[in-house]
Design a binder for this molecule. Sequence first.
Ligand code: GLC
Length: 471
Amino acid sequence: MEREELAISDDLEEQAWKLLEKSIIYYQGRPIGTVAACDASKVALNYDHCFVRDFVSSALLFLIKGRYDIVRNFLAETLKLQPVESQFNAYRPTQGLIPASFKVVSTNDQEYLESDFGEHAIARVTSVDSCLWWIIILHAYVKATKDINFALQPEFQQGIMLIMELCLATRFDMYPTLLVPDGACMIYRRMGIYGYPLEIQALFYTALRAARKLLICAGDEEIVIGIDNRLPLLRDHIRHHYWIDMKRLNVIYRFKGEEYGHLATNQFNIYPDSIPYANLAIWLPKHGGYLAGNVGPSQLDTRFFALGNMMAILSSLASEQQSQAIMNLIEEQWDDLVGEMPMKICFPAVEKEEYRIFTGCDPKNIPWSHHNGGSWPVLMWSLIAAAQKTGRTDIGKRAIEMAQKRLGADQWPEYYDGTRGLLIGKEARRCQTWTITGFLLAKELMRNPNHLELISFGQFDLENASQACEL
Ligand code: GLC
C-alpha cells in the first residue's frame, strides 16, 4: 500500500475505535456490551439495545485487545437472563434461550436489564442464533484468557447444558438439522428462510463444537454423548444435501421424483423444475461451489447466503475441498457476491412474485436492499477469516482495501443497496456498531492470522473429541 493510503487507513481505524468506545453500554458501573447503532437522526426503535449477534464482532475484537472485562460481564449478565425453569406458558421464552437483545433501564433508584426474546421484536421473530452465538463467544473468551475455570462455574455449565438440551431434543422431524421459524437469525424479518436455513445449521455446528470443549466436567453425560452423535450426522447431512457445484447440479437435474422408502436417491423429493438451472449452470465456475440456503421437503433454496457459508468454513462444517470451492466461487463471481462493498448477505435477491410471497411485500426488503440482496459490511470479518483459513489472503486484502475507501466517508452504514452495493442502504442506520467492529476485526485478522483460533475449528474427529479437551 502507498504511504498516503496507509495514513488514511490508520486515521480510519482511530476514528472507528473512538466510535466503538462511544457505543459501550455500562451497567452498575461496568461495561457489559455495545449498542447496535448510535444514530441520533433516526428513531432508535431497538437499535439502542445490545444485540447478542451484533456483539460477536465487538467481543472478538475486545478479546484480541485484551479487554476481557467487557466480554466477561456480557457473558455473565446475558446468562442471568436465560430462563432456567421449564414453564408451560406459550408467552414466556423457552428454557435455555438467550435473548436477542437487551438494554439497561434506569429508574430513580435502580438499574435493571430489559431483555427481548422476540416478544417486542418487529413481527415477533424469535432469535434462535443468540444461544448459539453465546456459546461461541464463551468458547472464544476461554481461548483468549485461558481461564477455563470461568466456564466451569456451575451456572455456566448449566447454561451450556440447557442450550444443548433445547437444541438436541428430538421434536417433530427426524433430521440432524435444526428446524426454526422464519427470521430466526441475522435475517431478522420474513425472508422465506423458515425450515432449515444454512446460517442456523452452521452456527449450530459451531456451537456444538464449542460446547463439546467446554463441557469438560460432564464426562460421559448424556448430553456429551448426544453432541458426539450429532456432530458427524449434521456434518455429513450438510456436506451432502446442501452442496451445489456443477457435478451435483448434474445429479439434481436428472433427479427422479416420488421415490418412496430407504433406497431413494432424491431423499427430499426435490423437483428438478424448481431449480433455476439455466442461470446456475452459467454462474457456477468449474472449480466453484457453495452450500445452499435451505433444504427441506421438496425444497432446495439455491440462494447463496454469505454468513452460513463463511461459518461453515470456519467451523469445518464444509470439507477442505468444499471450502476452497466456496472461495473460488467468491473470487470468480466477485461482482455478484462482493461487488463494491463486502459483502452481499444473500444472492440473488428475490424479485416480483417471489418477493411478494417470501417477504410479505416488506418495503424494507425490496430487491437488492437490506436482507434481500443488500451488502453488509459486518460480513467482512467472516469473509476475511474464511480467506485466512483457506490461505486465500489476496481475497481478504482486496475486500478490505475496497471497503476502507467508503466506510468512514459514508459514516459506517448498517448496509448498502443495489446489485453492486453502491448505494447507502435506504433505511440504513449510520454509525452502526457491527459495521465498525466488522472492519476493525477484519483488520486485526489480516494483521495476525493467529487470532483465527478464537473462532475457527479443525475437522471434527470423534477420537480426539472424547479425550479431555485442550482449548
Ligand atoms: C437488524 C438485523 C439484525 C440485527 C439488528 C440490530 O434487525 O436484521 O440482524 O441484529 O438489525 O443491528
